[in-house]
Structures are given as C-alpha cells and as structure tokens.
Design a protein around this ligand. Structure first.
Ligand SMILES: Nc1ncnc2c1ncn2[C@@H]1O[C@H](COP(=O)(O)OP(=O)(O)OP(=O)(O)O)[C@@H](O)[C@H]1O
Ligand SMILES: [Mg+2]
Length: 361
C-alpha cells in the first residue's frame, strides 16, 4: 500500500521547515486561512507527480526568501524519495538515492490523487483536464500506455511543424502520419478499455453518494478525438486543408474527451455547486477504487478543504467513501470539528494544527 511514513517539507511557500509522521489512514490538517495547509498537500503532489495542482509555475512554490525548495518522503515500504528545486535549474529528483530523469518511477511508487477546488475543472474546464484524469488511470493500469502516448505527442508536434512550413513536405508528413496512426490506435484502445472498467466502478460510488434522480440522469461518454466510424488515417487525409489552415492537427488522441452529461446537457449547466462537488468526488474516488482493484495497491488522497461546498450529510458520505478505500488520506479544513464531527471512529487518525507554516500540535 502506497503510504507515507515520513514527510519533510522545506522552503515551500510559507513553510520553512516542517516534518510530519503521517497516520497510515487519516491525517487531518487544520488551521486558519493562509496558515499553509494547501501548501503541504501541494508539496506532496509535487513530489509524487512533478507538478503542483495550483499552478503551472513550480517556481512560485519556492519560499520568497529561499533559493530552492526541498521535499522528502519515506514510504511504509522504506522507499525514499527526495526533490530539490531551485528557480532556474531543473528539478533534482532522487529515488532511493538514485537520480531520476523523469517522474515515471516515482509516480508509480507515490500515486497521488488530488481533490480540491481545481477538481471542478473536470466539469467546467476544457477536455484537457478530463483527458489528464483518464490518462492518470490508464498510465497506472497499462504500463505500455506511456510510450504510445509519448509517440503520439512527438508525432503531432512534428506534424504541426510540417503543417506550418512554407512548403509542405508530403513524404515526411506521410511518415509521421503512419507512426501517429499506429500509436493512436494503441492509446485509444487502452483508454477505451480503462473507461469501460471505470464506468461500473464510478456508477457504484456515485450511486451510493448522490440522490437517486441525479444518478439516473447522469451519463459519461468517452470520445476518442476523431470520428468513431473512420480510421484516423482517413480523417487526417480528409481534414488536411483544415489542418493546413490552422497549422495544427485538428483530430487525434490529443482531442479525446470524457463527456459528462445530465440528460442532454453538460453536467456543469445543470448541477448545483454542491452536487458538482459530489460528482467530482465520486469520479476521483472511483479512480482510486479501480486503481486498487487493478494494481492491488492504494493511492494517496490529498483532499483540500473537504467541507467547502458540502452540507454535513454529503461531507460525511464522501469522507466515509474515502475511508472505505483504505488508502492514506490527507484532509485539510479550517475548523477541525467540521470534519471530525463526520467521523464514525475519530480515534483512527492523526491531527496536525498548522500555524504560520509550522505544525504546532
Ligand atoms: N512563494 C511564497 N513564499 C512565501 N509565502 C508564500 C509563497 N506563496 C504563497 N505564500 C503564502 O503562503 C501562505 C500559505 O498558503 P496556503 O494556500 O497553503 O494556505 P492555507 O492554509 O491553505 O489557507 P486557506 O485556508 O485560505 O486555503 C499564504 O499566506 C500565502 O500568501
Ligand atoms: Mg488552502
């Protein structure tokens, strides 16, 4: 089971030095606004995935008066992961003292799921956040996926360069198209397979949290990024003029999406803010649940401001669903009681009080 037994954060936002010995199940992090709760989750997310969930500029996480941030974690199994990041240089990531070129291995050891105000992007944002959500699952469940996905990225980037050139190099374009079509078929297949397994798991989770009428009307549909009835090769040929006009490939796995609808309308147009939070929570919980079934491991949940937008009943239901996953949870809130009061067994947890970037209790 992926879980942290030791977590150290240095020079992340308002945190100078902080050390936690987390509980294997529930960690409740509480404190007033601006105390540093989200920053703790951000540090864990950065270590596990290489990126923050709040900003695309990792440099902004480094404390204003420090040249670099440092994050260290030890897992229950004794794996040690360390990260140093300065403003200008590339991050220095180590796994068991061995330098890592990318996050592939660390992401498999520290699979992190974030549930925060940014999770609403799954409903209100463009396809990118839904694709990222889907691909998180496929990456963990199908190990060959990453290489195929990288190939599609490389082919599309090269193809777009050719499309923008003053004279089209037909031969080169055909060569990239062939490679793109092969890799896209694999990416699509893996996504489809994952999505088919995801749907019933999601249905179970959502069905046990949401109201009955909401469950019946909701539908999720995977859209692969090009016409369902045509080969990508045909679509690329047919849409050549359009691609040349925009200087960019208009169809392909980089345009995949998961459509979330209530009846015929996008869910975002119909659901209340609290109902949206129930829905995105169910999506994230289902993903962790499927991950456990497929990998026989657990991912680590970072839940920022759980009480926000939720009434007491939904708060309790979501917290219980998260606890049922048997995963390690880091949950933040302003008032400790707002979460503690939802717990059936409040003794199975550790609480951390954050004040001005330090743990005081
Ligand atoms: N690069 C930085 N250097 C120093 N301090 C920073 C930096 N970036 C942000 N901060 C400050 O860090 C503090 C902690 O922010 P954080 O978002 O973690 O608080 P929080 O406890 O989650 O608050 P809230 O309850 O409002 O969500 C804030 O006061 C913020 O202004
Ligand atoms: Mg916060």
């Amino acid at each position: 089971m992926s879980s942290l037994s030791l977590f150290k954060v240095g020079a992340v936002r308002n945190i100078q030095q902080l050390e936690l010995k987390p509980h294997p199940r529930l960690n409740l992090i509480y404190g007033v606004n601006g105390s540093g709760k989200t920053s703790i989750l951000e540090a864990a997310h950065l270590l596990g995935s290489g990126r923050s969930f709040r900003t695309s500029k990792t440099g902004s996480l480094i404390s204003d008066d420090s040249p670099e941030l440092s994050i260290f974690a030890e897992t229950k199994e004794g794996r040690r992961i360390g990260l140093l990041k300065s403003r200008r240089q590339k991050p220095l990531l180590k796994l068991d003292l061995e330098s890592q070129k990318n996050w592939d291995s660390v992401a498999r050891i520290l699979p992190v799921q974030i549930l925060d105000s940014g999770s609403f992007l799954l409903l209100e944002g463009g396809p990118k956040s839904r694709r990222r959500f889907l691909d998180w699952g496929v990456f963990h469940v199908e190990h060959a996926f990453l290489n195929h996905w990288r190939t599609t990225r490389k082919c599309i980037a090269n193809r777009n360069l050719l499309l923008k050139a003053p004279r089209l190099d037909e031969q080169q374009l055909q060569a990239w198209d062939r490679e793109l079509c092969d890799a896209s078929a694999e990416v699509d297949l893996a996504r489809k397979r994952y999505f088919e397994e995801f749907l019933p798991t999601f249905g179970e989770v959502y069905g046990s949290i949401a109201e009955n009428n909401a469950i019946d009307a909701l539908s999720l549909q995977y859209s692969r990024g090009w016409d369902e009835d045509s080969e990508l090769n045909t679509v690329l040929t047919e849409c050549r003029r359009q691609d040349l006009k925009y200087g960019a490939t208009q169809n392909g796995p980089h345009r995949a999406d998961v459509l979330v609808k209530v009846g015929k309308s996008p869910a975002i147009d119909v659901l209340s803010r609290g109902q949206q939070k129930v829905l995105v929570s169910a999506l994230k919980i289902a993903q962790g649940s499927l991950y456990s079934k497929a990998i026989q491991d657990k991912c680590i949940y970072l839940v920022d401001d759980l009480p926000a937008e939720l009434d007491q009943e939904n708060r309790a239901k979501i917290l219980q669903k998260l606890l049922d996953l048997d995963a390690q949870l880091f949950v933040t809130c302003v008032e400790l009681d707002s979460v503690k009061s939802c717990l059936q067994n409040p003794s199975e947890m550790t609480t951390f009080h954050v004040e001005r970037g330090t743990i005081t209790a």
